[in-house]
Design a protein around this ligand. Sequence first.
Ligand code: ASP
Ligand code: MG
Length: 420
Amino acid sequence: MKVYKFGGASVKDAAGVRNIAKIIATCEQNNLLIVVSAMGKITNKLEELNNAYINGDDNSQEIFESVKAFHFEILNELFPDHHHPVYDDIANSFVEVEWLLEEEANDAADYIYDQIVSIGEIVSTKIIAAFLNESGCKVKWIDARNFIHTDNTYKEGKVNWEKTEQEIQKQLVPLLANTIVLTQGFIGSTSENFTTTLGRDGSDYSAAIFAAGLNAGSVTIWKDVPGVLNADPKWFDETERIPQLSYHDAIELAYYGATIIHPKTIKPIQNKNIPLFVRSFIQPDAPGTDITGTNNHLPVPSFIFKVNQALISIFPKDFSFIIEENLSDIFSLFHKHKVKINTMLNSAISFSVSFDHDAKKLQELMADLSLHYKVKYNTGLELVTIRYYNQQTIDRVTVNKNILLEVKSRNTCQIVMRDK
Ligand code: ASP
Ligand code: MG
C-alpha cells in the first residue's frame, strides 16, 4: 500500500495534470492512494475571497469569478469535449460557494474560512480524477471529509485518530484492494459534518494521516525540488540534497521552518515506521530524499532562514525576577493571541521571544502584555536556525549582521539578527 501526495505546484496548470497522469500510469492499478491539494496558488486566492466576503468588500464576486475562470481554463485544455460531465460537476461545486456568498457573513470567521477555502481541494481533485479516468488510468474519487474526522477547531482541525483510523480501515482498505483512489489533502470534517481544514499546507499532513490509518508501506511527497536540501536556494547560493534523513532531523527541520514538509507530517508516520520519500515530479526517477528511522544524523549543517521576524523582550515592571508564574502568564497570552513562538530565551529579569511579524497580532499582544510587564520590541529581523552548527557556519551567516539573540542547544543554534 502506497500513498502519493501532490501539492499545488505540481498541478498549477493543465501540463501539471498531464504530468501526474504520466507518473500514475507507471503504477500498479490498486493499493495506491493519491492525495492532492488545491491547484497552484488557489488557496491564497480563496483566502482573499474569504476576507473580502467577511469584510463585505464589493470585489468578492470578482475574486470568485477569477477562481472559477482559472479552473475552467484548465478544464478547456484538458477536456476539448465540452459535454464531458466534469464541466457540470465543477460548476455545481462552485454553486455551493455561491450560495454561501449570497448570505450575510454572520457565522464565526474561522468556520466561514474553512467552508470557502476547502473548495480549492474539491475542484482540483475532481478535475484530476476526471482527467486520469479519461486518459485510461482508472481512479476512484472520494471525499476526504468522510475519513478525516476532526474536532471543531476551524482552520486548525485536531484529528480524532480513533474515528479516522476506524473509517479508513473499514471503508478505504477494501476500496483500495481493487482500484487507485484519489482524494483531497488539507480538509476534514466535524462530527456534525461541517468542513474543517488542517492548517495551511496541511496536505502533507493529510497524506500522513491516511498512511498511518492504512498502515501504508510508504508515503511519497512529489515536489518541484530534487528532494530535501540543506538550505533554501532562495537564500543560499550553495545547497546540497540530503539523500537520507532521520525522522528526528526531519521533524526538527520542519519545526524550525524548513518549508519542504509540513511539521505535523512526520509524527504519525514515524509512529508506524512508514518511510517518507521526497521526490521530484519534474524528474520522477531521480533519487530524492528518504526519510526513515535511521540513526544517522544529517551529514551537513542545515540552514533555515526566516525573514520578517519580531522580537519582544518582557520585563517584570518592578524589576523582580522572571519566575514560573510569569512564564505561565506570558505563554497563555501568546496562546490567546495565536502567536507562534519561533525562539525564546529566559534570563533573570527578562524573557525574549521571536515570532513571525503580524502587525495586528503584535499590537494586541503588546496591549495585553503591557498591563503587567514592561515590554520592548523590534521588527524587521531575520531568524536563522542552524542544525548541526559549528562556529564556522555561525560566522558565515552573521557576516555584516547585528545579533540580537542567540540560543544554542546541543545540535541547534538559532540567531535573531538584522543588517548592520
Ligand atoms: N491548499 C492548501 C494550502 O495551500 C493545502 C496544501 O497545499 O497543502 O495551504
Ligand atoms: Mg500548497
